[in-house]
Design a protein around this ligand. Sequence first.
Ligand code: ZN
Ligand code: ZN
Length: 182
Amino acid sequence: MLFAHDTEVALAAAAALVNTGRGGTEDLPDEAALDRFAAQWQWTGARTGDQAELDAVRRLRPRLARLWELPEDDAAALVNALLQEGGALPQLVKHDGWDYHLHATSPRVPLADRMAVEAAMAFTDVIRTGQLGRLRRCAADDCDNVHVDLSKNHSRRFCGTACANRVNVAAYRTRQAGRAGP
Ligand SMILES: [Zn+2]
Ligand SMILES: [Zn+2]
């Protein structure tokens, strides 16, 4: 494992959140979609379930997406800003079958602020271990999703298996077509 488990989950969750707003489709069109996203990524804590909460979560996405583009010093400044705005105060906690991990905000803080701080905490690990290069854009031409390459040998290229399979199938067809020539 490259980072602590909770850090790796938080990085994957941050990439997933950024990706809900990419590719020309809105994957968080309403509160029901946000409920599904929160359940999928096991967000516990207080929810207001209203439009303001949804808007705040959507507004967070382009800010987090900047981390995939910024040089190290600017990424560090953004992480610091997110931590400061969220009043981050790291605490070790155990809950819901999870062993000790860090929470840096109270469960009563609005969802978007908790998402911002959790992502920022995870990015502190990425930056101080010099691993910012693991933040990648999907290698599929027709996909602008982001991902975090947590593989041992820096080999992850695609945002998910759908893109990996699509590109591999296309490459296979191209090879077959080459072979089928006269
Ligand atoms: Zn937790
Ligand atoms: Zn992709």
